[in-house]
Design a protein around this ligand. Structure first.
Ligand code: HEM
Ligand SMILES: *[C@@H]1O[C@H](CO)[C@@H](O)[C@H](O)[C@H]1NC(C)=O
Ligand SMILES: *[C@@H]1O[C@H](CO)[C@@H](O)[C@H](O)[C@H]1NC(C)=O
Ligand SMILES: *[C@@H]1O[C@H](CO)[C@@H](O)[C@H](O)[C@H]1NC(C)=O
Length: 326
């Protein structure tokens, strides 16, 4: 009896070891060629160049920091971080820029183009547009007051882009909590990652047409907040009028987004559902009380989002111009 149980214990611990080893091989090979020092020898000017361009773009318009964070999200969610979103539409090519969630909404293309043209002067043909987007999102977060993390690099650029993939992958602001969780899960991200990443709505702006239904029709909204937002967002006009996603500190990366949700002052439907009596409520409470936990979960989730389906090795290319394939 004792013998049987001890041999089954050692068998199961053997299985655990094997499983862990396989998991380690699997998880490390899925981003095998991404590394934090990828360009250290080939382009030592990289980090300084990105940071200085991002810094001056933000000095000119603080919202651009938010736009660059969102650009990273919209690139990575569609077939991985491969700069597919940067490919411009032409008469014969319809890529991601015209897709529903992106058209007339995603910004920052010119900032990336400026970084790329500076890099092509100091280390031509070396740095991918995909990696520029990743670094620019990190630097923007830091410059607006958010956390720093070391970015993994070595991604290559796609040769094409898919409008259909963008429309299928990106989450809708009409989503329920379970739809949001499902959408992020399909990209290998957890519910915790989803709630932490949504915290980037502590910066940036949104158009009247995306929140009109919420401020006129929804009931889980603070009355005075709804009235204030209605002033700049009439029932039938002003579709493109902008309002800040965070009513308190729209230009600072902090945890006020979560405090707003607890006060029914989330602006998008997909924001407020995160605090609406469902599974994500406790996490919203945690982040609203502990900015440090939010910052570290946010940074970890940004790294995970950057690991979605990287193109490495001989896949893809290093574009010469970010707006078109070579
Ligand atoms: C959870 C699902 C999400 C939905 C449904 C969603 C939806 C939206 C929408 C509708 C806008 C406003 C667009 C406009 O009015 O033109 C927006 C803005 C923004 N989103 Fe999200 N988002 C989500 C998650 C994320 C994630 C994961 C990030 C980044 C980590 C992010 C970063 C941003 C930023 C920074 C802005 C402001 C951009 C600017 O001012 O240019 N969002 N989002
Ligand atoms: C994007 O928006 C522009 C201007 O509103 C519109 O003309 C164009 O048809 C839209 N693109 C797509 C692919 O729907
Ligand atoms: C409010 O909801 C009604 C009924 O669904 C809809 O017809 C109306 O357009 C909505 N109002 C706004 C401002 O979205
Ligand atoms: C990593 O790079 C090597 C050589 O550059 C390549 O053969 C291999 O396919 C790459 N690994 C992945 C996971 O892409």
């Amino acid at each position: 009896m004792a013998r049987t149980s001890s041999s089954s214990t050692s068998f199961s611990s053997y299985m655990v070891t094997v499983t862990l080893a396989l998991l380690l091989i699997y998880t490390s090979s899925s981003s095998a060629n991404l590394s934090t020092d990828f360009y250290d020898k080939s382009c030592p000017q990289l980090f300084g160049t990105v940071k200085s361009v991002v810094q001056s773009a933000i000095a000119e318009e603080r919202r651009m920091g938010a736009s660059l964070v969102r650009l990273f999200f919209h690139d990575c969610f569609v077939k991985g971080c491969d700069a597919s979103i940067l490919l411009e539409d032409t008469a014969t090519f319809k890529g991601e820029q015209g897709a529903g969630p992106n058209n007339n909404s995603v910004r920052g293309y010119n900032v990336v183009a400026k970084i790329k043209s500076k890099l092509e002067k100091v280390c031509p043909g070396i740095v991918s547009c995909a990696d520029i987007v990743v670094i620019a999102a990190r630097d923007s977060t830091v410059l607006l007051g958010g956390p720093y993390w070391k970015v993994k690099l070595g991604r290559r650029d796609s040769k094409t882009a898919s409008m259909n993939a963008a429309e299928k992958s990106l989450p809708s602001d009409r989503s329920s909590v379970s739809q949001l969780i499902q959408r992020f899960k399909s990209k290998g991200l957890s519910a915790t990652d989803m709630v932490a990443l949504s915290g980037s709505h502590t910066i940036g702006q949104t158009k009247c047409k995306t929140f009109r239904d919420r401020i006129y029709n929804e009931t889980n909204i603070d009355k005075s907040f709804a009235t204030m937002r209605q002033k700049m967002c009439p029932v039938a006009t002003g579709d493109d009028n902008l309002a800040p996603l965070d009513v308190q500190t729209p230009n600072v990366f902090d945890n006020n987004y979560y405090k707003n949700l607890m006060n029914k002052k989330g602006l998008l439907h997909s924001d407020q559902v995160l605090f609406s009596g469902e599974s994500t409520d406790s996490l919203v409470r945690t982040y609203s009380n502990n900015p440090d936990i939010f910052f570290s979960d946010f940074a970890a989730a940004m790294i995970k989002m950057g690991d979605i389906d990287p193109r490495t090795g001989s896949h893809g290319e290093i574009r010469k111009k970010c707006s078109r394939p070579n």
